[in-house]
Unconditional design. Structure first.
Length: 72
């Protein structure tokens, strides 16, 4: 399982979704939900950080949920 790299960069480096620049969404609610699923799956396997990018799983879940609620 993997998640959208652009979404990871937005979370890690606050790059944004680039929607205002490119006039297209590069990731959406579906990607955010899959990202949450991925992080929860890793937490079930007792990870605290994502193994490749090393970001905090709990912080990502909180961030993604806020983005989903903001875009309802």
């Amino acid at each position: 399982m993997s998640i959208c790299k652009l979404m990871i960069y937005d979370f890690m480096y606050k790059t944004g979704n680039l929607e205002s620049v490119l006039k297209v969404k590069l990731y959406d609610r579906y990607d955010l939900e899959k990202g949450i699923d991925y992080c929860q799956w890793l937490e079930e396997m007792r990870y605290k950080k994502e193994p490749f990018y090393k970001f905090n799983l709990k912080e990502f879940i909180i961030w993604a949920n806020k983005k989903i609620k903001r875009n309802k």
